[in-house]
Design a protein around this ligand. Structure first.
Ligand code: ME8
Length: 517
């Protein structure tokens, strides 16, 4: 039997600038979700990429005096590099200027047209260049002589010939769909916002532009280019090989989960399902709108420079430290902020002290007292059984949490076991047992490193590189690291030689203040 398919996506980023911490945050979280499903036995397709058309790209390029494609090439390379630096496990990286994407966009357009949902009209309205969206007069307000849209960006009156999508016809169908699929939009706050927006009535949507040509031509009427959101949303289909039903990845549609930021929920939870309904295509399983991360403006080390840059953040604190911090500290779905103190605290308290020390102390005792091999274990005492069981049960809790995109809860369950294992280790005092009861010492050490093995497997989606190092120290085969291997029958075998112990989670040490001149 083939494994269940799981198609997960990030939003595709605008490459009109370099990647920032928000992009890194979304990619890291989606990567953890993708890795989790892979380790849980799913056949995962994880997609990310760049959204390269539209007026914003054109305007930035003009300002720099270059062609938009040149701007896209330059910055897309930075987004690709970010995916590498963040150790993202994406299976594909889509750029909307690729030929495969033009095919898909024109195909979905024709399918919507064939359903009678595309018509030509004239458009006049309040347009925000920044949001690339038209707003109704009632959604705008004038402050100090300037009119602003609902996102706080300036709007201007624009009139053009335009194709429209009959979005107004989809309100009832969307509401029925949300009703039947209560998990379609998460978290719940987003669902409520979207539902009440749809209830208040939908207007037809202008879906083409004639004022510029940096986009995908409308089939049959090439002086129009598609509205950038029709183009952008279709990327998810393009990557599955649409419209070719026999493409190798065709079976991945519909997507299971679109991970996006909360500011673009409307596009993903209203427009996208309406386009798909119109094109007679199946709808994605879930759209999750995460919160925003902000820099609270804490003073950072001078040598770091601008820490909002994800590259310097990773270079300074370490990749897995940044990944752990973002996934543990910020409840996924809510806004969060990061600060030097908070990252250092998580790095030192949870990683270096709790997990790192537990592994280091137990493994160095084994190196010294048990001949550097996995120790023997006698009959398990109730406290041994309890901690071993807790490590298995953490998988269930983490699975439930990750099913709801609650990365912070998943990590909390895993690290609760780490804390408990530290209490167990301290309470059993294996160093004292060395003289009084060496057999019991071995059992305690075995139990401890077996818990570390289980925890190490569970930590892989969040901290892939450090978890791999931890599992290497326990001589766990690389093909014995899936979630199925958390189970007792895959426990460490006494007598297995272990490599020399090494620290996996270094403490963050503050640099000495720079000498003032
Ligand atoms: O919106 N914190 O692109 P984008 C967290 N091209 N997430 C943030 C963030 C922050 N400070 N700033 C942005 C677009 N994001 C479109 C998407 S999808 C078919 C097209 C998130 O580069 C943002 O919410 O502005 C979005 O999910 C992603 O980063 C890309 O943002």
């Amino acid at each position: 039997m083939s494994a269940d398919k799981f198609f997960i996506t990030t939003a595709i980023s605008y490459p009109n600038g370099r990647p920032h911490i928000g992009h890194a945050y979304e990619l890291i979280a989606t990567d953890a979700l993708a890795r989790f499903q892979r380790l849980d036995g799913k056949d995962v397709f994880f997609l990310t990429g760049t959204d390269e058309h539209g007026i914003k790209m054109l305007q930035t390029a003009r300002k720099e005096g270059i062609e938009p494609k040149e701007l896209a090439d330059r910055n897309a390379a930075e987004f690709l590099r970010m995916a590498e630096v963040l150790n993202a496990s994406n299976d594909d990286f889509i750029r909307t200027t690729e030929a495969r994407h033009k095919l898909a966009c024109q195909a979905i357009w024709k399918a919507m047209e064939a359903s009678g949902d595309i018509y030509k009209g004239g458009y006049a309205g309040w347009y925000s260049v920044r949001d690339e969206a038209y707003y109704g007069e009632d959604e705008t307000e004038v402050r100090e002589g300037v009119r602003y849209g609902p996102q706080g960006t300036p709007v201007e009156w624009v009139e053009e010939e335009s194709y429209f999508f009959r979005l107004s016809a989809y309100g009832d169908r969307l509401l029925a769909f949300y009703g039947e699929n209560p998990d379609f939009i998460g978290p719940i706050e987003r669902r409520n916002e979207i539902t009440s927006f749809v209830r208040s009535g939908l207007k037809d949507l202008s879906v083409s532009r004639t004022t510029f040509d940096w986009g995908i031509p409308v089939p049959g009427d090439e002086k129009h280019v598609m509205y950038v959101w029709v183009d952008a949303l279709t990327n998810y289909l393009t990557a599955t090989g649409y419209p070719d039903p026999n493409a190798p990845r065709a079976g991945f549609w519909p997507a299971n989960l679109h991970v996006i930021g909360k500011d673009i929920t409307r596009f993903h939870a209203i427009y996208w399902p309406a386009f798909l309904m119109s094109a007679n295509l199946p709808l994605p399983g879930r759209v999750f709108g995460h919160g925003f991360v902000f820099n609270r403006g804490e003073k950072m080390s001078k040598s770091v420079g601008n820490v909002i840059d994800p590259f310097s953040l990773v270079a300074h604190y370490g990749l897995d430290q940044v990944r752990y911090f973002l996934l543990r500290e910020v409840p996924f779905g809510q806004d969060g902020s990061y600060s030097h103190e908070a990252i250092v605290n998580r790095t030192n308290a949870d990683l270096a002290n709790d997990l790192g020390n537990l592994a280091q102390r137990s493994l160095s005792m084994i190196a010294k007292n048990c001949g550097g091999v996995v120790p023997q274990h006698g009959a398990a005492a109730p406290q041994d059984e309890a901690i071993l069981l807790a490590a298995v049960e953490a998988l269930g809790s983490a699975r439930k949490a990750m099913g709801e995109q609650a990365t912070h809860h998943a990590l909390a369950s895993i690290f609760a076991v780490v804390s408990e294992a530290n209490r167990y280790f301290a309470g059993e005092e294996p160093w004292a047992l060395r003289k009084t009861d060496p057999a019991r010492m071995e059992t305690v050490l075995w139990t401890t490193i077996e818990v570390v093995r289980r925890v190490g497997i569970l930590c892989q989606p969040f901290m892939p590189e450090s978890s791999a190092k931890l599992l290497d120290l326990l001589a766990v085969d690389t093909d014995a690291r899936t979630f199925a291997h958390v189970a007792e029958e895959h426990a460490l075998k006494p007598g297995t030689p272990l490599p020399a112990p090494q620290g996996v989670f270094p403490r963050y040490v503050e640099a000495a203040p720079e000498a003032s001149q």
